[in-house]
Structures are given as C-alpha cells and as structure tokens.
Design a protein around this ligand. Structure first.
Ligand SMILES: [Fe+2]
Ligand SMILES: [Fe+2]
Length: 191
C-alpha cells in the first residue's frame, strides 16, 4: 500500500480544497463511529479518507474506472453520473493506492447508493459521509443524534432523505438505494 502521506498528497492534488476537507472529516468521523460500534478503526479511517478519491474525474474516466473496479456495475449506474464515483474510487484505491482490503473497498463502492444488507463498515462510511461536520441540510441534526445510538435508524433516515431529494429534483433513483431502504425497514422497529 502507498504511504498514508502519499495518499493525502494524491487527494490534495485531485480534489478541490472543499472536498479534501470533507474527506478528512469523513475519515475522522468514520474512525469515531468504528470505535463506538467495535469496527476496525484504522480501516474505517482509511475508507473514509479515500471514499471520494475519483469524484472530480471526468465522466469518460469514471466509466472506465467503474468498469475496471472489480465490482458489478449495472447499466443504470452509467445513466446516473453521481453514483459512478463509488466504483470508480475503488479502481483508484486499488490501482493507485494499492489497497486490496475487501471491507474497505466495498464501503467505498457502496457509499453513494447503499445496498441491500450492508456491512457495518459500509453503514459507517455512508453515515460519516452524510453527517460529517461541514454538511448542512434540514434533518441532519436528527441523523447526528441517531448515529451513535441506533445506526440502522440513522441510515434509514438518511436513505429516506436521499430518496426524497432525488425525487424532488426529478432525477433517476438508483435501485440499490431503494433496496437498502426496504431492507432496513424490516430491521428498524421505530424511528
Ligand atoms: Fe461520494
Ligand atoms: Fe463524500
């Protein structure tokens, strides 16, 4: 694996200042959530740091990276450019950073859409990305309050907000987000 200092350098060079700060915030929060929930803190921190590493690449590169990610990417994803940086960031993580840990890579892969039956690491990265300190939107305080008490309820709340947001802007809703949400409905007793 590339030295951590070189990963920071890569991110600084490939991301805007705002997104670089966001990535460091997600790493901090992911580490704290991992500690709280008994997940691997080092892996959570690294997954949080690199989750958006390809986000500012152009569409054609995202398509190529996503295809080469080693994860399945359905046709629907190519019609929703926002979701492509999930699998595309897996490719950069492997090819540039030399990271091959499946737990880290799947959390990066599914941080945009979620999916049915998410792992603890996937949930932690999804939520850390959603509520890191620089994020501001209506409903965020409710999710922040839930994050350390009931991760599934926090996730369900976040997925509901994502779905409402996509519908509001009349965008394409990725089916993995619906699957993630419907799967959780069965697990969460109250919200
Ligand atoms: Fe992202
Ligand atoms: Fe992000």
């Amino acid at each position: 694996m590339l030295d951590l200092s070189d990963i920071y350098l890569y991110l600084e060079e490939h991301l805007s200042h705002k997104r670089y700060t966001h990535s460091k915030n997600v790493a901090d929060l992911a580490e704290a959530l991992a500690r709280h929930y008994g997940c691997d803190e080092r892996k959570a921190r690294l997954a949080g740091l690199i989750h958006d590493c390809s986000k500012e690449e152009k569409y054609d590169d995202l398509v190529y990276y996503a295809r080469e990610s080693g994860f399945p990417v359905d046709q629907e994803s190519y019609k929703i450019p926002e979701v492509l940086h999930g699998p595309a960031s897996v490719y950069v993580s492997k090819a540039v950073f030399g990271i091959n840990d499946e737990e880290i890579l799947s959390a990066v892969r599914y941080h945009v859409t979620g999916r049915e039956s998410m792992t603890l690491m996937e949930k932690i990265i999804f939520i850390a990305d959603y509520i890191e300190p620089s994020r501001k939107f209506e409903g965020i305080e409710e999710i922040r309050a839930l994050a350390y008490n009931d991760l599934d309820s926090a996730l369900l709340y976040a997925l509901d907000l994502t779905i409402l947001y996509v519908i509001e802007k009349k965008g394409l809703l990725h089916h993995d987000t619906v699957s993630a949400r419907n799967f959780l409905i069965g697990n969460v007793t109250q919200i």
